[in-house]
Design a protein around this ligand. Structure first.
Ligand SMILES: Cc1ncc(COP(=O)(O)O)c(C=O)c1O
Length: 463
């Protein structure tokens, strides 16, 4: 099977060029097309599929960026060496422990792709690679900050490289911001449900965390106003899109209102936009709306690769040296080698393709969840892998978590996200990206739904 390859386009998965790429991926991963197999020329494939030359050119270019093929137009395109993994993918660390993990919120890692291997092979050609055994420069090498600026643009924000600090994850960026803009004994205001480490960070910086109510757009303005008046808090941490765990997204109007309230109370607004690259432009960030007066945080973790531990802190130049202090004093600098991976992926156009792949993967996974939980109340958003499953009153989230563990399934209930004293809603956050394959996700979600039915039936027997 080689240059007479004709992709099966019967399973349409988006536009024609995307369907060709998907068919190619399937055939490469199933072994139908082996490493080194020569693919039909652009012209020949266009003719056999009765599509335009442009469509095939786009499909081959995309497949090349994704590391599926190599070669050049005119000289022939060949199947690139792939990571040696089974067709079913590779068990994620959670799965290899014997559990299917719906707790850790991360983008799906495509274990069958050879993107990292390809990037490392490129880097291995570099004569100056050894310099990454030195301490890296803080706040990040110029070329890494340039690449960071290109990455942040995928979230719809244009910032100069010199306004960016490279951090060890958004986590470090958040910690540095709380440390610099908060004060011991002071208060930090945030959504009443939030990314759990924020609680520890407030504690570590000697601050009290106050949670305010959220609705379908996230932080409620009146609640923020009231909390700032009552507590005189100096900092507000807000995740305006893909809010973790509820998936809420704020409109531009709501953002203006929240910003005006923070300004009126003299509080620094820290914007956590870790899901931004999946949303892109459309709704302006707080940073843009405020003309750069707020603090902006982004990361590769939620849209690309949490293991690289690359996060970004964006602030006006005058703030950079202040924000650098906690970074110097905790990790000194960001790792240079991961900065090189980012540069390579930006330069090779890989990021765009990966984001595209993820957005489609999110859609596929959400469709399954939609179908399985159709009779329940839940929230999802196009730009995040997690979903928020609200449980009917007769089902207890805590009980479900316990029962799920007994059948090899890890779940997180809402209490884990609770920042204040108010009781957490009866809900589960399901991390749809974590299972390595669609098949294992489907099985896991079906198990959750079955448990819900069983619990409901068991409760119905109680009189
Ligand atoms: C809202 C939010 N902010 C920040 C982080 C931390 O991101 P990173 O892994 O880049 O430190 C997470 C991770 O779960 C998150 O959900």
């Amino acid at each position: 099977m080689s240059d007479d390859w004709i992709p099966d386009l019967s399973k349409r998965s988006g536009s024609i060029y995307e369907t060709i790429v998907d068919a190619l991926r399937r055939d490469v991963h199933s072994g139908r097309l082996g490493t080194g197999a020569r693919l039909p020329t652009h012209r020949r494939l266009a003719k056999s599929l009765d599509v335009s030359l442009g469509t095939v050119t786009r499909a081959y270019a995309e497949a090349r960026k994704l590391g599926l093929i190599n070669g050049e137009a005119g000289r022939g395109m060949f199947v690139a060496p792939q990571s040696a993994v089974a067709e079913e993918g590779y068990p994620s660390p959670g799965e290899s422990s014997g559990y299917v993990d719906l707790t850790l919120n991360q983008p799906t890692i495509d274990y069958r792709s050879n993107l990292l291997a390809k990037c490392l092979a490129d880097l291995a050609q570099r004569h100056d690679l050894m310099r990454h055994l030195e301490y890296n420069q803080a706040p990040g090498e110029e070329r890494h900050r340039q690449a960071a600026s290109a990455w942040i643009e995928f979230s719809g924000l244009r910032v100069a490289a010199e306004d960016i600090i490279l951090c060890n994850g958004a986590q470090q960026a958040l910690f540095a911001s709380l440390y610099v803009y908060g004060e011991p004994g002071g208060t930090v205001v945030t959504e009443t449900l939030n990314y759990p480490p924020i609680r520890r960070m407030a504690e570590m910086t000697g601050q009290r965390l106050v949670g305010i109510d959220v609705d379908g757009e996230g932080m409620i303005p009146e609640a923020l106003d009231e909390a700032l008046r009552r507590t005189h808090a100096r900092t507000v941490v807000c995740t305006p899109r893909g809010h973790n765990p509820t998936t809420a997204c704020m409109s531009a109007e709501r953002r203006q209102t929240i910003l005006a309230i923070a300004d009126r109370h003299g509080a620094t607004l820290i914007e956590d936009d870790v899901y931004g690259a999946f949303y892109g432009s459309g709704t302006p960030t707080f940073f843009e709306l405020s003309g750069g007066r707020t603090i902006y945080i982004n990361s590769l973790a939620k849209c690309l690769a949490p293991g690289l531990r690359v996060g970004f802190l964006v602030a006006q130049p005058a703030q950079i040296s202040r924000l650098m202090q906690p970074i110097y004093n905790t990790t000194w600098c960001p790792p240079g080698l991961t900065g090189e991976i980012l540069v390579n992926w930006i330069e090779q156009g890989v990021i765009k393709s990966m984001l595209h792949w993820h957005k489609r993967e999110i859609r596929k996974r959400q469709m399954i969840a939609h179908w399985i939980f159709k009779q329940y109340d839940f929230q999802m958003s196009r730009g995040c892998y997690h979903m928020w499953l609200k449980l009917p009153r007769h089902l207890s989230a805590e009980q479900l978590v316990i029962s799920a563990r007994q059948v090899g399934l890890l779940l997180t209930h809402s209490t884990a996200f609770s920042v204040g004293d108010a009781p957490a809603p009866n809900a589960l956050r399901l991390a749809l990206g974590r299972p390595a394959t669609i098949r294992s996700l489907k099985h896991a979600l079906q198990q959750v739904a079955d448990l819900m039915t069983n619990h409901a039936n068991a409760n119905a027997l109680v009189i």
